[in-house]
Structures are given as C-alpha cells and as structure tokens.
Design a protein around this ligand. Structure first.
Ligand SMILES: Nc1nc2c(ncn2[C@@H]2O[C@H](COP(=O)(O)OP(=O)(O)OP(=O)(O)O)[C@@H](O)[C@H]2O)c(=O)[nH]1
Ligand SMILES: [Mg+2]
Length: 443
C-alpha cells in the first residue's frame, strides 16, 4: 500500500510519545523532527512539511490538554489533527442528477475512474452514462467503450470526430433526458500547453459540469504540485480522485499536490477494477495511517505502567531530596487516599508521623484536585523551582487558574512541608531501606 513507510515511521513516533515518562519540550522537539523526517522521506513537499511541523510544535508546546486528557494523549491528538488538516475537508459527491468532468495529466487513471464513478452511482440507484471526450489518443475510445460495457452503462463517442467540444456536446444532448449522471472523460495532458488549455476551457464552457474532478496518481512526484495548481487555475477543480493507492509508491507527492489544489479528496482508487474505489474521509484515512486504534490501547497500557514507573521514580527523587512540583503533580494519586503516603506516614518517627496524619486524607483529595488546576497555570520553571513563586507570580497563577491567592500559597506550603519531610526521611538509611521495600522495589 502507498504510504506504508510513512505509516510505519509515524506509528513509531506515536509509540514514542505514548511511552514517554515526561512530555516536555525536549521530547516534543524530537517528535517534530521525527515527523519531519518521515514526511520528507515519503516525498511530501518541503514547504508543507515545514508549516505542518511548525504548527504541531507550537500547539504541543503551548496548548494545555483539555480536562480528562493526559499530556501524552493530547500531543498525539495534535499530530493527528494537523495531519488531517492538510488533507482538507471531508466531502462526498451528492447522489443526484449532474454532469461530472475528469481532468488530469497523462495516464493518471482518468478513464478507469470514469468507469468506477459510473459503477458508484449505479450502485446508488442513479442512471450514469459515459462520454468519450478524449479525441487525441486513438485507443481512448475503445478503452472507455469496453469499460462502459463491463459496467453496463450507456456510452457515447465518435471515433472519427477530432473536435472534443462537438463530441461532448453531442453526448450530453443524447443523454440529458435518459441519464442522471453524465461522466465525461477527457484527454490526458503532458503539461498544460496553450492549445490544450483552450480545449479544456471550451469543453467546460459547453458541458457546464457540476463537478470538475482532478485525477492524481499516488506515484506522482514533487512536480505534481505546480501542475495540479495550474489545472485548478484553469478550471477551478471541485474534487480530487487519488488513484493507485494499492501500489508501493511513497505517495507524498500526490498528497502535496492535493493540498496545493485545496480541493477535497473525494475518492481513492485501490486497483484496476471498477469496485476498487472508496470514498475518502481525511479523519479515518489518517487514523489508519497512524494506527490510532492500536495507539489508543497502547496509551491505556502506558498510563497504567507509567503509574508504576512514576511511583518508583518519585520515591527515588524524594529520597534524594530532589522533589519538584512536577513529581507532586504526576503523583497526586500517590499522595491521596490509601496510597503510599499512608505507608510513608506509618514508618515515620512519631513527630513526623503525627504531622502527616494531621492532613485529613478526605479533604486532601479535594484539595489535590484544586492543586492540580493551580499547577496547570504554572510555568515549567516554577514547577521545577517553586521557591521563585512569590507575590506577583502568585497573583498571576491565581488569576490564571481561577482561585484565590491564598490557595496558591497553600499549595506552596503543602509542597514545602512534603519536601521537608522527605528530606528528613532521606537522612535515615534504615528507614529509607525500609520504605523502598514497602513500595516493593529495590531492596
Ligand atoms: N493498480 C491500479 N491501477 C490503476 C488504478 N487506476 C488506474 N489504473 C491503471 O493505470 C493505467 C492508466 O489508467 P487510465 O485510466 O487509462 O489513465 P488516463 O488518465 O485515462 O490515461 P490517459 O487517457 O492516457 O491520459 C491503466 O493501466 C489502469 O488500469 C488504480 O487505482 N490502481
Ligand atoms: Mg484516458
């Protein structure tokens, strides 16, 4: 399948995010670099890669995850979101009476797609018909005729006529009362030479098509972008058909071309037969490329195992006296309810134990929830080094999190108290050993 390599690399990147212990700017920059590399290797246009990766980086660094979403999920969601965006909006052709005209460079799959479209509409209860508007390539007439016979739909063409406008006009007159969807094939172009541009304009003026579809082969390279744009400038493309997705091409050139045109991708071709044709939805396509289903279950597992890792990591940091608000944030559940905080309290010498037990665990949980919200409004620097949080910062943080100054002060007090106790604890080797044992790691 086209874009397989891209899919593999992007899946690897998402796994990296899912398994990361901390989602920090270092990780985000690394992820953005991975994505850039993967897209460039798949032949996606450099400009597109740069603007996409800039957007991902900016959002991942600045946006806070919405309630109920972890940092990990959030960053993965941003990557997914921005990839969906470059594919444009989702659109389906209306199931109604209309004239559809195909355009595109040589050999992209226009004639084959005419047959696929006819089958698509026929399967939905409409009466399609095909017109052979390609008067330049001798075999084109025969090819479309055979396709129409296979699909069992009416066909019009004139082997001897060299005027495409006349053929199209005659065909439309023939079918306008008896058919619902008139599909017009046109000749392929090497590039947009002047006389062919004129012919294309003339055909469009005569046929007045409702839909002007550009057919792009997934194997096409970087040069496709400017060509596709030229088509768009000439006839105002309303939709794109991406063909030969069943091949092994890199695919990025075609995706870039589609993005450059800015028209929605309507269908993808996945083989030579009339049924090898699927409607296209950017969101589910990107989901498939990124393996989002797998990522979701991976995330769930990661969140679970992360809890284990975090407990160990935090306990070790506590022991070393390096206990930041990040540790406290990540381990809120460890500090609440019947979590290890109770175990710690039980092992503390009398005066410490009494102090920690005075913290009422029930109301603590409510408080912890509030603390979390407050910490969401703090900068990385403040989280790492809470000592710098003084009057003006307290004011800003309180405003940002919708609480009062005294709540921010309480958080800092709570943090300092916890940290002091941990420090006291770390001075006692026997107790440290005991604690590690209790928490079931190390000996
Ligand atoms: N594997 C595969 N082959 C395809 C697909 N679509 C078209 N083809 C093949 O690509 C070749 C060219 O397709 P055509 O439909 O003749 O392309 P065209 O754009 O009409 O070509 P010209 O009229 O010469 O410009 C044919 O051999 C088709 O069978 C697809 O989705 N998958
Ligand atoms: Mg053709």
């Amino acid at each position: 399948m086209v874009l397989n390599d891209l899919s593999d690399s992007l899946k690897g990147t998402l796994k990296k995010i899912a398994n990361a212990v901390y989602i920090d700017s270092k990780l985000i920059k690394e992820v953005v670099r991975d994505i850039q590399r993967a897209l460039l290797q798949s032949d996606v246009n450099v400009k597109l890669v740069l603007s996409l990766s800039k957007k991902i980086e900016k959002r991942a660094l600045q946006e806070k995850p919405p309630a109920g979403m972890s940092n990990r999920e959030h960053v993965i969601h941003i990557v997914y979101d921005e990839l969906v965006n470059i594919l444009g909006k989702s659109r389906e052709l209306p199931i109604k009476k209309q004239i559809i005209m195909m355009t595109g460079l040589y050999g992209q799959g226009k004639t084959t797609s005419c047959g696929k479209l006819a089958t698509y509409f026929k399967n939905r209860g409409l009466r399609p018909a095909l017109i052979a508007g390609d008067v330049h390539r001798p075999a084109a007439f025969e090819q479309l005729k055979q396709i129409s016979e296979k699909a069992e739909v009416p066909f019009y063409g004139d082997k001897k006529e060299k005027n495409a406008v006349k053929v199209v006009n005659d065909g439309i007159n023939k079918f306008k009362r008896t058919s619902d969807v008139i599909i017009v094939d046109t000749s392929g172009r090497h590039k947009l030479e002047d006389d062919l541009i004129q012919e294309m304009k003339d055909i469009f003026q005569t046929a007045k098509p409702n839909e002007k579809l550009l057919v792009i082969d997934a194997a096409i390279g970087q040069q496709a972008g400017s060509q596709a744009k030229a088509f768009n400038d000439t006839v105002d493309i309303t939709g794109i058909i991406l063909t030969k997705l069943d091949g092994t091409a890199k695919g990025g050139g075609a995706i870039s071309a589609a993005a450059e045109v800015g028209a929605p991708i309507l269908f993808i071709g996945t083989g030579e037969h009339s049924n090898d044709f699927e409607t296209f939805d950017p969101a589910s396509f990107i989901s498939r490329i990124l393996g989002m289903g797998d990522i979701k279950s991976l995330l769930e597992k990661a969140e679970l195992s992360m809890k284990g890792k975090d407990v160990e990591k935090t306990a070790k940091r506590m022991m070393s006296g390096k206990f930041t608000l990040h540790d406290m944030y990540d381990q809120m559940d460890m500090l609440s309810g019947m979590g290890p905080l109770n175990k710690i309290a039980d092992m503390l010498p009398g005066n410490f134990s009494g102090r920690i037990k005075n913290v009422d665990m029930g109301s603590t949980e409510n408080k912890l929830q509030k603390f979390r919200i407050i910490m969401d409004s703090m900068t990385n620097e403040e989280m790492e080094n809470p000592n710098i949080v003084r009057a003006s910062r307290i004011k800003r943080i309180a405003r940002g999190s919708g609480v009062e100054n005294k709540d921010v002060k309480e958080l800092i007090k709570y943090y300092n108290m916890t940290k002091r106790m941990m420090k006291g604890l770390s001075g006692n080797r026997k107790m440290r050993k005991n604690l590690m044992k209790q928490l079931q790691f190390g000996n």
